[in-house]
Design a protein around this ligand. Structure first.
Ligand code: 13P
Ligand code: 13P
Ligand code: MG
Ligand code: MG
Length: 371
């Protein structure tokens, strides 16, 4: 049986202008680095994409997850792109590279990472989701809908391969703990946690024992890196990515895309400090403009053939998502009117991870004790 590993590793190494998008030269450089690695046989295949100001490296290989060689390749590719970003004086050049030297694993060094190893099926459908101006918990809502909500995923009630449900691995990213919850049995418990999306984040989803798919091979993996926890200061939001496998014992492609027909609210807009609607967009509209947003998501669809990426298909480049985009703009107008007032602005606990504490510090001496 043929095993393939897919690694999606991303970083913001500089934006043009501001935090809006990625310069084509950075993508060219990244493609050059990955082409060289493919020639040497380290990669089976690769694609270089971007959403907003985040440079995305999608790689397939045979090295498994947490491979030092693959992580080093990604790190060096980001370094090469940063060099160009610095020459061009792009905004925030090298923003997400929080370390001077690579140290064996890219986790905890700034870039976001989602990777999985699995046995390639007769038909292997894969969607790579990439978001800008938001945080890892923004995947909680759609992943829950896709793998646990029969009002979204018809297969959960009409496909014998899906009817038993799935297992969710949820991380408490603040206290670094995890829990496995089975759905539908633990559905309410799952929701009681993941509704608090800044703390509890779905990391992976697995098939259950009754599934013919290998039990240790995830159907979903989400990046969970938090820049603030690494840098201990505000360096930008933790724009997340996810890999979702579909079809043949897993939700269908259309079931995977369905949750994005609603522009649900996420955190991370403007200075990582505001709530806003998540707008599904085509690759060509993957640039954050209005108030540095609104937060955006793109979906790149593939069939995998012997480790090769057949695609991408730009899945949100479709009038079927026009209404979601229109609603997102209406919500954006509605929220923007409230300016600095919550709930457009994030609550105080979340603002601790932004630049606001610097302002509050200035006020410390002006506060007087009340009787
Ligand atoms: P990034 O995290 O995408 O760099 O955006 C920073 C920001 O908050 C811009 O308003
Ligand atoms: P900078 O202008 O320092 O990047 O800060 C504003 C911003 O966009 C932060 O997200
Ligand atoms: Mg940026
Ligand atoms: Mg970004």
């Amino acid at each position: 049986m043929e095993k393939v590993s897919v690694s999606l590793i991303k970083a913001d190494v500089g934006g043009i202008p501001g935090h809006s998008t990625v310069h084509p030269k950075l993508k060219e450089k990244a493609s050059e680095c990955l082409a060289e690695a493919k020639e040497k046989g380290l990669l089976v295949d690769y694609r270089v994409l971007h959403v907003g100001d985040d440079l995305q490296l999608l790689m397939s290989h045979r090295k498994g997850i947490d491979s030092e060689e693959i992580h080093k390749l990604a790190w060096e590719t980001f370094e090469a792109a940063t060099k160009i970003a610095k020459e061009l004086k792009l905004h925030g050049a090298g923003q997400d590279l929080l370390s001077d030297a690579f140290s064996g694993n890219i986790k905890g060094m700034g870039p976001g990472i989602a990777e999985m190893e699995f046995t390639e099926r007769g038909s292997e459908t894969l969607v790579a989701f990439m978001m800008d101006k938001t945080e890892p918990g923004s995947f909680n809502f759609p992943i829950y809908k896709i793998f646990a909500d029969p009002f979204n995923t018809a297969g959960l009630i009409i496909d014998p391969l899906l009817i038993d449900g799935f297992i969710f691995e949820v991380w408490n990213i603040k206290e670094r703990k995890r829990i496995f919850l089975k759905c539908p049995e633990d559905l309410y418990l799952l929701l009681s946690l993941i509704g608090a999306k800044s703390k509890y984040v779905i990391k992976r989803v697995f098939p259950k024992d009754s599934s013919p798919l290998p039990k240790d091979e995830p159907a979903v993996v989400v990046s969970t890196e938090k820049l603030f926890f690494i840098a201990e200061k505000y360096v930008g939001k933790d724009d997340p990515v996810a890999l979702v496998r579909a079809q043949s014992g897993l939700p269908a492609l259309g079931e995977v895309l369905e949750p994005f027909s609603v522009p649900y609210l996420v955190s991370g807009w403007m200075r990582g400090s505001h709530n806003g609607p998540l707008m599904p967009v085509s690759f060509k509209d993957a640039q954050c403009t209005r108030f540095d947003g609104p937060p955006r998501v793109i979906a790149a669809g593939f069939q995998i053939s012997h480790g090769n990426f057949i695609g991408p298909i730009d899945l949100f480049d479709d009038p079927a998502f026009d209404l979601s985009r229109k609603k997102a703009l209406e919500l954006a107008d509605y929220l923007r009117v409230q300016g600095p007032f919550e709930p457009h602005r994030l609550p105080p606990e979340e603002m601790e991870y932004t630049t606001l504490p610097g302002v509050l510090k200035k006020l410390e001496t002006r506060f007087e004790e009340l009787e």
